[in-house]
Every structure is written in C-alpha cells, then in structure tokens.
Design a protein around this ligand. Structure first.
Ligand SMILES: C[S@@+](CC[C@H](N)C(=O)[O-])C[C@H]1O[C@@H](n2cnc3c(N)ncnc32)[C@H](O)[C@@H]1O
Length: 204
C-alpha cells in the first residue's frame, strides 16, 4: 500500500522525503521518469505486479493530456492553464507542451501533497510564467485567490483547467481518499473557460 507522507524522514534530501513512497514519484517512475527514489520504485513494481495494465493506462492518460493541451493552446487559443492534481512536472509537462505552441503561455500546477509541491517547485525553479502551488482542488476558492495563481493567471481571459487522474476511478474521490465536488458554477463563470477532467481505470 502506498503511504502518503509528511515531513522529512531518514532519507530526506533538500526537504524532500525520499524514504517513503510518494504517489507523484511512483507515477513518474511508471512513465519512465528519473525523479523518483528507491522506495518509489519498489512501490511501483508492487503496483505493476498487481495491476499490469496500469502502465498503459498512465501512458494513455499523458498522451491524452498532450492532445488536450495542444488543442487548447493551438486551436482554442488558450494561453493560461491551471493543472489541478498535477503530480510532478517531469514527463510531457503541460508548460512545455503549451509553450511549444504559445511561447507566452502561463501554467500553474496545483497539488495538495506538500512533497509533490516542494519537489515540483525545486524541479521548476523560479519562473515568471510557470508556478507550482500547494492547493486542494476541493477548495477552488483558495486556488483562485492564491497569490501565486493571481500573479500568473488573468481570470478576465480564457483559462484551460486540467484535472487528470487526481480522482479515484468510479468513486468520485480524490486519490487522497476525499470526496471531490466539481464546482462548474464557479469556474464556469470565467469567459472562455475550458475544463478537462479524466480518471484512470486500469483493466480496460
Ligand atoms: C496520479 S497523479 C496525476 C498526475 C497528473 N495529473 C497526470 O494525470 O498525469 C495524482 C495527483 O493528484 C494529487 N491530488 C490528489 N488529491 C488532490 C486534491 N484533493 N487536490 C489537489 N491534488 C490532489 C496527488 O497528490 C497526486 O500528485
């Protein structure tokens, strides 16, 4: 079982706990990334042994995200993105895909896992157009008012909102086990608002 973690353990590196498996880093490993540690790889191997189809599901999900971002940045003319439940920005990152089409595109990654957030911030470094904030997608008002979000996203213009695989398949819960309540009434008030939401279901 994958354990969510807080604080720094024996394997902590620069504020990142490397000794306990982390869902964002397990996901990175399954995608073939390098931003994971021995504990993550061991947990990933156990997961893959139990659910072999999950590797294909995860790759399909990233490919779908890529198609959505390219469509929004290209055909829909969207140059601002909020990625809710982002995980680590390592494989086919939203900002790289969006900025390949719209170089001025702005992206804010949001995750409620402090470990994923601090690791994501370390990977990105300081950037004007790209940020990573700690936030819970169940609390959209806090995200929409977050200073780091407001510094990058102009809500008077269209925004692409992504929410991929942060929910448990078929349960309407976040991967942290909490109920997720979509709030289209809030984000739907934004002009040109586009939302993309999916959740994985291994064993298609
Ligand atoms: C499997 S990763 C998905 C990464 C990426 N969105 C993708 O589809 O490739 C799920 C991420 O959702 C985050 N998450 C789970 N519940 C959340 C919540 N309530 N608010 C924000 N992030 C959440 C987890 O911490 C994890 O990093």
């Amino acid at each position: 079982m994958v354990t969510r973690l807080t604080g720094s353990g024996a394997g902590a590196t620069g504020g990142i706990d490397t000794s306990t498996p982390n869902v964002a880093r397990i996901y990175d490993y399954i995608l073939g990334g390098k931003d994971n540690f021995a504990a993550d790889r061991q947990a990933a191997r156990q997961l893959l042994a139990a659910l072999p189809d999950i590797a294909g599901t995860v790759r399909d999900n990233r490919a779908f995200i890529g198609r959505v971002v390219r469509f929004l940045a290209g055909q829909a003319g969207i140059s601002q993105f909020l990625d809710l439940g982002a995980g680590l920005p390592t494989q086919d990152c939203v900002h790289e895909m969006a900025q390949a089409i719209a170089p001025d595109a702005r992206v804010v990654y949001v995750d409620n896992d402090p470990v994923a957030c601090s690791h994501g911030q370390a990977l990105l470094g300081p950037r004007d157009r790209v940020g990573f904030v700690l936030g819970d997608l169940r609390l959209p008002d806090q995200i929409l008012r977050h200073p780091e979000v407001l510094a990058r996203i102009d809500f008077s213009r269209p925004v692409g909102v992504l929410c991929a695989c942060a929910l448990r398949a078929g349960r309407g819960e976040t991967s942290s086990g909490h109920r997720w309540v979509p709030r289209p009434s809030r984000t739907g008030q934004l002009p040109g608002y586009h939302a993309r939401h999916c959740r994985g279901r291994p064993g298609r």
